[in-house]
Ligand binder design. Structure first.
Ligand code: EPZ
Length: 421
């Protein structure tokens, strides 16, 4: 397993191109199952999760081709010959469960392994099942697999989600596009990735209104056609790299970034003493003056503070002036980066879903271990401002969500290299 070695010191200067959003691409790709015609995605990120989703779609009988070093993906599911999403693939990546809704709508049946737990939480699928059953599906759990069928097709329904689940909203939205009649999804997730999915589905002929709000209305149609769609900019990669100059000093421009993608996050950065300027090309970020100030953060569904930026924000707050609190309300176990940051000299107390961070002057480099995707990048961010060398092991987590991270950070002056083991 490879490691990444970061040597702290030196301000960061330059520009970083922000890629297409992993979490948009992972729901756009299964949308190809809804149509017999090809779907082409441009601005696709080059990530191992995208390769895993490609393997899953191909295992169902879809054809996939990628061009321009993986930035253009063309998928065609004209001849689906398998409706089982195997445990071996699904356990590696929870987003595999997003083939359930489209397969059910297109084929009338689907067998999808439950993903099992992951490092950050139990991550059940009860809301996905609830919504699809409201659309008329019969779903049984047997041997760890969801066996879903809709022999008479799906029928539009009024669905109220008890929690604004991103994945459940995406599965229900995709399935409802081919259901007979009208579907209303209440307390729907509002993330930009939902809007990106709805935009792509409309290009394929779906009739959807209200995406980006808590109430989405879908008029089912008989079939969807092919389309070409650019994947929206990755707001989590954007927020991650905006924190690089905030933590290490200097000034960095994140190309493709827009404030609208990270509004709540920018408000917190402003309160911490970080300046964000929207330019024609992206977002320019620098500290307003010396040390950053402590702030309190509570993660919430969009448009609240994104849970996927919580670990990275904690890395910055470790050396802020004062005491910060971070409340993680989305996942039950998303502070695994805290003990690793503590090895670097951070002063963090975790009680349940709350982490209290007492700012220290400086962190010290140390060998640390990545535990999940966003925790791994928070350790790299911390290492860029720490004294000495930080060795982050198990960086395969990183490859799931950050393309070319060593090249991108080196280009703005970070002393970082990947050690192949
Ligand atoms: C998506 O996961 C993202 N993944 C996650 O990003 C992100 O953290 C999460 O949304 C929240 O924004 C992708 O889009 C591929 P949820 P998802 O359904 O859809 C509970 C990353 O780092 N829940 O909104 O799984 C669930 O257990 C990843 O890129 C149920 O209880 O998120 C969790 O506590 C990590 N029952 C909470 O809701 C359900 O049926 C949020 O889950 C579904 C979810």
């Amino acid at each position: 397993m490879d490691s990444i070695v970061v040597t702290g010191g030196g301000e960061l200067r330059g520009e970083i191109p922000i890629a297409g959003a992993k979490n948009a691409c992972l729901t756009l790709m299964p949308a190809t199952l809804l149509s017999e015609e090809p779907l082409t995605l441009t601005n696709a990120p080059r990530l191992s999760d995208i390769k895993t989703m490609t393997q899953l779609l191909e295992s169902l009988g879809a054809e996939a081709a990628s061009m321009q070093d993986g930035q253009v993906l063309t998928m065609s599911s004209h001849d689906l010959d398998n409706h089982v999403a195997e445990y071996d693939i699904v356990r590696k990546m929870r987003a595999s469960n997003l083939v359930l809704g489209p397969m059910l709508a297109r084929l009338g049946h689907a067998v999808v392994s439950l993903p099992g737990g992951c490092a950050i939480g139990a991550r059940p699928m009860d809301l996905h099942i609830y919504g699809l059953e409201k659309l008329g599906a019969e779903i049984d759990l047997r041997d760890g697999y969801l066996h879903a069928k809709a022999p008479r097709g799906l029928k539009g329904a009024e669905i109220e989600l008890s929690f604004a689940s991103v994945g459940a909203t995406e599965n229900i939205l995709m399935a409802s596009t081919l259901a007979k009649g009208t579907t209303v999804i209440r307390n729907a997730a509002r993330e930009p990735e939902i809007v990106d999915l709805a935009t792509c589905l409309r290009k394929m002929g779906a009739q959807i209104e209200g995406d980006g709000t808590s109430e989405i209305v879908v008029q089912g149609v008989d079939r969807l056609h092919g389309a070409t769609h650019p994947v929206v900019t990755d707001r989590i990669e954007l927020g991650t790299y905006m924190l690089a100059p905030a933590i290490a000093g200097g000034e960095v421009e994140c190309l493709g970034g827009r404030i609208s993608l990270v509004e709540n996050f920018c408000e917190k950065l402003d309160a911490a003493g970080i300046q964000v300027e929207e330019t024609k090309r992206g977002l320019k970020v620098a500290r307003k003056n010396g040390r950053v100030s402590a702030v309190d953060v509570t993660t919430e569904p969009f448009p609240g503070f994104p849970t996927d930026l919580q670990a990275q924000m904690m890395a910055m707050l470790c050396t802020a002036e004062g005491t910060s609190t971070l409340h993680e309300t989305i996942f039950e176990n998303r502070f695994m980066h805290a003990p690793e940051l503590t090895r670097m000299g951070a002063n963090i107390e975790v009680h349940g879903g709350t982490a209290t961070v007492h700012g220290v002057e400086k962190l010290k480099g140390a060998p640390v271990m990545a535990t999940d995707l966003r925790a791994s990048v928070s350790l790299i961010l911390a290492g860029m401002a720490a004294e000495g060398e930080t060795i982050v092991s198990r960086v395969y987590h990183l490859d799931r969500g950050y393309e070319k991270v060593v090249r991108k950070l080196s280009s703005i002056g970070a002393k970082i290299e990947r050690i192949k083991e």
